[in-house]
Design a protein around this ligand. Sequence first.
Ligand SMILES: NC(=O)c1ccc[n+]([C@@H]2O[C@H](COP(=O)([O-])OP(=O)(O)OC[C@H]3O[C@@H](n4cnc5c(N)ncnc54)[C@H](O)[C@@H]3O)[C@@H](O)[C@H]2O)c1
Length: 303
Amino acid sequence: MKDYFGYTDKVCVVTGASSGMGKATVETLVDMGAKVYALDINPCNVEGIEKFIECNLAKREQIDEAFKQIPEHIDCFFGVAGLSGSKTDYRTTFDCNYTANMYITLNYLKQRMKSGDAIVYCTSTAGLEWKKFKKEQNKVVHAKTWEEVENVTRKIASSAPATFAYMYSKRCLSQFACEQAVEFAKLGIRINNVLPASTDTGMKQEFQDMIGSEEALIAQTGLAGRLAKSEEMAYPMVFLNSDMASFISGLDMVVDYTDTCLKVLGLKKNLEAVSATNPIICALAKKMMSKSTKNKALNPGKE
Ligand SMILES: NC(=O)c1ccc[n+]([C@@H]2O[C@H](COP(=O)([O-])OP(=O)(O)OC[C@H]3O[C@@H](n4cnc5c(N)ncnc54)[C@H](O)[C@@H]3O)[C@@H](O)[C@H]2O)c1
């Protein structure tokens, strides 16, 4: 049988490899004959991987150490790791979701990939409106070093709640993918994005706590009537980095079972069309969140 996807013996680097979509991506790639280098802060127990490399992606030095353990030539990169911001601070959330992908792409993938190779990032439908907010994102997306990103996000990191880093980092990553797809096309390297809707992964409970209920999460999956499964997000990522997608680059693949269609047709409100960095909105949200945390501490068990 012809290997249409073309993963046999390819060196594939997957971040966020230990849970949810990243783990499902690793399992699929191993089944397809790829040599998988699995990066995560937690252990990855998928059988058949080439190597698990422990790495906190919010720490640049740990990324540098990890890439020393990966073969010189990388065929495919899957940037899947992410944090919701409900358990981590703004800086850690933003760096794991955005800065790590930027840093890896510009400092390792550009040098260690060749024509025909491919990159996919896992952003989110939370970042769907990135095109409307380019002005907010430009300073981050045009910063080319870790320090520069840190500098241009210093103020927002100290004034906004960490959960706001989620939408902002995902919007920045979508814009980065678009801009870099154009740059990398000159080298014959493709870059795409998968934007998942609500999915039943390790992160589900955090999103559920933020939004209030599982029903509310399901309501973000268009007409599916259920949450997506991890593999239903892994397969589109595996497709986009495969030989089957050899003419696809610069795509925002929204995997939301008609949710966007409903919004475009005016059948559903678009709640994502708000600023991620407006100081008044951020300060208000921070105040509200600290009030609700205090209330929970004073009245445990009561919402
Ligand atoms: N679950 C959803 O509803 C949903 C929706 C849209 C987008 N996403 C995105 O999907 C991606 C995968 O998340 P998931 O839903 O599978 O959640 P998950 O929690 O199951 O998996 C995330 C993985 O990232 C790893 N990780 C977290 N912080 C890390 C760090 N600092 N360094 C290294 N690894 C780290 C975790 O250990 C975990 O293995 C994320 O980028 C997330 O933002 C999720």
